[in-house]
Write a protein that binds this ligand. Structure first.
Ligand SMILES: Nc1ncnc2c1ncn2[C@@H]1O[C@H](COP(=O)(O)OP(=O)(O)O)[C@@H](O)[C@H]1O
Ligand SMILES: [Mg+2]
Length: 474
């Protein structure tokens, strides 16, 4: 008889002998979990009421008796385990008991006991395995070749925000991708199907949008468990690699900016000299002409356009210079106030009000005041240019104590930034304006980066834009 042979109905067991083995068996029965519980001990009999098993039974509220014959009288028992191994006792019970309750004698009971012990070890191994799986932070699934989930670890359940019961027994494609048939990341290959087909581990990358609209990247690896030449299980491990991908993208962006910067510096330098010559000569020519001369307007055009070129070149050189900031302890609020003072009047001509909403106190930050001023002016100019007429620009400072960042938000009620150009905004020379240089934001980006900070924006076309600058404190 094995533990399995006990059947599915809840069997009632009587135990003869209340010693140590009895206690172990009681504990084993206790450990069975619902609904798999198949048997329970309902009575323990021993002449000695002091034995550990006897006492344990009492503490569990199980019937106990010092009268072996009383056990024989119990009509509800399905079988009796004899742990005492006393022939006289056994005979007494057998005689008394008129029913057909089977009795496992001492030898059979020993086998039963050993089986229970094996079960105990299995349970322990299972608990150990669960502990190991749960302590791995990657999401782990064990799937059978029918795509049904057999096991899931707690970190993955947390990520899925679902209880275990809603995951185990379900199809993996249903739980992971909400699909009704096997599918892979981005409609690509299904790693589980590939493992079954090839008997080899598979690795893929998976991109999806979470409930907050953020892009999340996962690396997914699936490994086969092979038994008798067939894939019996598939272990799928997934890891969130969003942080790594974002860092890669940022590095790429920085590299792009710095190589463009170098190129720009070279070109600007080359152009500067001939440009100065054109400008000087056209100005000299202009000086010699009277304003009513037919050539006057043409030469003036040359001078004006050359001046504009020089402006662009100046911007380029500034962009390429990438000066190390001369940082001194500064008060962000003061810098903001001074810039606001500078632009307020100018902006009022377009009927744009500029409001500053400064935090009571922000800690001093190590900044290059001139460079930061330039950044704020660049952003304010863009905001101003995005407002046709009548609007508002609001500047707001704050301190994020936890992140140890001072923050500056510049919010405008302008036309906003269309979705399709958002990724290009910080690119040098990217402009949507007829006379723009496309350098304001790329210069600002470089400055904030060299301050160890971050510049970002949020915008909805038609609704306005908010630029945020974060600068580290200390
Ligand atoms: N506040 C804003 N509102 C709308 N569009 C903006 C705003 N700030 C920047 N932009 C967009 O970003 C582009 C790049 O800005 P920038 O680098 O300062 O160059 P420029 O101002 O010379 O065009 C602008 O041409 C504009 O399309
Ligand atoms: Mg600009």
């Amino acid at each position: 008889m094995t533990v399995d042979d006990i059947g599915d109905s809840n069997l009632k067991v009587g135990i003869v002998g209340g010693g140590k083995r009895c206690k172990t068996i009681l504990q084993m029965f206790q450990r069975q979990t619902q609904p798999q519980r198949t048997a329970s001990v309902v009575i323990v009999a021993d002449e000695n009421a002091k034995g550990p098993g006897y006492q344990h039974a009492q503490s569990l509220g199980i019937d106990t008796t010092t009268d072996f014959e009383a056990l024989g009288d119990r009509k509800d028992l399905d079988f009796i385990l004899d742990l005492a191994g006393r022939r006289d006792v056994l005979i007494a019970i057998l005689v008394r008991k008129k029913s057909r309750v089977p009795v496992l004698d001492a030898v059979a009971s020993n086998v039963f006991y050993d089986l229970l012990n094996i079960q105990k070890e299995l349970i322990n191994t299972r608990i150990f395995l669960d502990t190991v799986l749960d302590s791995i932070q990657e999401g782990i699934l064990v799937i059978n070749p029918e795509y049904e989930i057999l096991r899931v670890n707690t970190p993955l359940l947390k990520k899925l925000k679902r209880p275990k019961e809603e995951v185990v027994g379900k199809y993996c494609y249903e739980v992971l991708y909400g699909e009704d048939r096997p599918t892979g990341p981005d409609e690509g290959m299904c790693p589980v199907a590939e493992v079954i087909r090839t008997h080899r581990p598979q690795h893929t990358k998976h991109k999806h949008i979470d409930s907050n609209g953020n892009t999340i990247y996962h690396s997914v690896s699936a490994y086969p468990v092979i038994e008798n030449g067939k894939v019996s299980r598939i272990v799928e491990i997934s890891r969130d690699i969003t942080g790594e991908i974002k860092t890669q993208e940022m590095l790429f962006e920085q590299e792009k900016l710095s190589s463009v910067g170098k190129l720009a510096a070279g070109v600007a330098h080359e152009i500067n000299n001939p440009l100065t010559a054109v400008l000087t000569n056209s100005m000299l020519l202009l000086e010699d002409l009277r304003e009513d001369d037919p050539m006057y307007e043409d030469i003036k055009g040359i001078t004006d356009e050359t001046l504009r070129c020089r402006e662009i070149v100046r911007g380029l050189l500034e962009f390429a210079r990438q000066e190390t900031p001369a940082k001194v302890e500064s008060d962000l609020n003061k810098i903001v106030s001074s810039v606001v003072g500078l632009v307020r009047k100018q902006f009022s001509f377009k009927n744009i009000t500029v409001e500053a909403n400064l935090a009571e106190e922000v800690p001093l930050t190590r900044l290059d005041k001139d460079q930061l001023q330039q950044v704020i002016v660049n952003i304010l100019m863009n905001s101003m240019e995005s407002i046709e007429r009548d609007g508002e620009i609001r500047l707001e400072t704050s301190y994020d104590e936890k992140a140890r960042h001072v923050l500056l938000r510049i919010k405008d009620t302008g036309r906003g930034i269309p979705e399709d150009i958002k990724l290009k905004l910080f690119d040098p020379f990217f402009t949507t304006k007829e006379t723009g240089t496309g350098l304001g934001l790329s210069i600002s980006h470089g400055i904030i980066q060299r301050h160890g900070g971050r510049i970002s924006f949020e915008s909805q076309a038609g609704k306005g834009t908010t630029f945020t600058i974060e600068l580290p404190v200390g």
